[in-house]
Ligand binder design. Sequence first.
Ligand SMILES: Nc1nc2c(ncn2[C@@H]2O[C@H](COP(=O)(O)OP(=O)(O)OP(=O)(O)O)[C@@H](O)[C@H]2O)c(=O)[nH]1
Ligand SMILES: [Mg+2]
Length: 437
Amino acid sequence: MSEIQRTYRGSAFREDGLDRHGPERAIVIASLPRGADEEDRLSELRDLLRTAGADVEETVLQRRERPDPRTYLGKGRLDDLVAAVKAREPDVIAAEGELSAGQQRTLEDRLKTRVVDRTAIILDIFAQHARSAEGKLQVELAQLEYYYARQEGLWQHLERLGGGVGTRGPGETQLESDRRIIRRRKSALRRRLDGVHRAREVQRSRRVASAAPRAALAGYTNAGKSSLMNALTAAGVPVNHALFETVDPTTRTVEAEGHRVLLSDTVGFIRALPHELVAAFHSTLDEVRDADLVLHVQDASEPEDRRSARAAAVDDVLDEIGASELPRLSVLNKVDLVDAEGRAALARRHPEAIQASARTGEGIAGLRGCLAALARGRLVRVDLTIPYDRGGLLADLYAAGCEVKQEATERGTRISALMPVPAAARLRAALAESPPS
Ligand SMILES: Nc1nc2c(ncn2[C@@H]2O[C@H](COP(=O)(O)OP(=O)(O)OP(=O)(O)O)[C@@H](O)[C@H]2O)c(=O)[nH]1
Ligand SMILES: [Mg+2]
């Protein structure tokens, strides 16, 4: 780790061996608007903290439209926090949302305890989990950008205090040299990343040019993308009940019914992904953008409202990286944790999705079938109505297509499905013919 990174990791978490000291003890502060899924957001922050190496001892929650611009919590809850800090003497205070540089400083001054926000925690986890040279460079750049932005705020504040008595002298020089060091480090990192990207670009264009179709596993963090990758290939990607276990993408060949498909495992998404990370991980997310099919992995064992909120967060990121138009297949993973009734409800609500379990292997053959269909011809979306006297075509469609939705109408069964190009063409041709008498 570089010196600057070490310096700028100052406000994150201890690195000196969690085993020796045990996890840090944290107090969580949260300012949530009414109607927010409180339990979901707090348990997600708890998971993030656990992954980063801290246990939550107490939570100070405030319900208000917007956090206090100066102190994050309003006066009453801030007093509660002061009391909690006094009683528990935590190592760190973690905010559920983003803190401005000013809020962070005010709280640290007041509480004499390290204060971090959600973005810093996520950046910290990424730093711990990045393994490739590219991943490490990306995380360092993202961290530098994050800390630089807050440092800039502080500097501007000092500048606004103006020159004059008490502000001249070595302090001023220090500000300028800090700025210069960070700027230099950032441009050095960017140059190195550019080099790595160019090398990757060459590999990528080779892969794109190859005939094999590509599929990418995408989805909320901890949904089981890497586990599915391992179930479909012999990749042996590390799997863990931790958020952002995967930071670096892995691509492997899947053998599917005699066809070959390139499958990529990618970094997980999260609600309100810090924008520093979206920018930094563009090249990683290229794996998704270049795919012919996005397998959107979801955790079937989560309550429906949480699962769908997370699916919407994933859709937002896919939009943001320009991947929203790609054919998508929902994979409801971890169905081993769902009882028969729950599965039936899922099937009713998401008839197009594949229910699977990386743990038991259930549904993996179906998934492989979809990848084989992708290989047979890139999939196209087919929307048409099959008259009731042509029921045989419906069976053909189910055999060849995936993500099939069907609905009964007056004229016949209206279907929408993802199908390989040749199968779709055959189906259209058969429909145009008069029915066999
Ligand atoms: N019960 C059950 N657990 C699963 C299944 N698939 C994955 N898990 C567990 O879910 C956790 C997360 O799995 P991963 O494969 O690491 O998830 P991921 O989506 O790659 O997560 P990140 O890389 O952190 O974004 C691990 O503890 C897995 O053992 C499944 O089908 N059933
Ligand atoms: Mg993973």
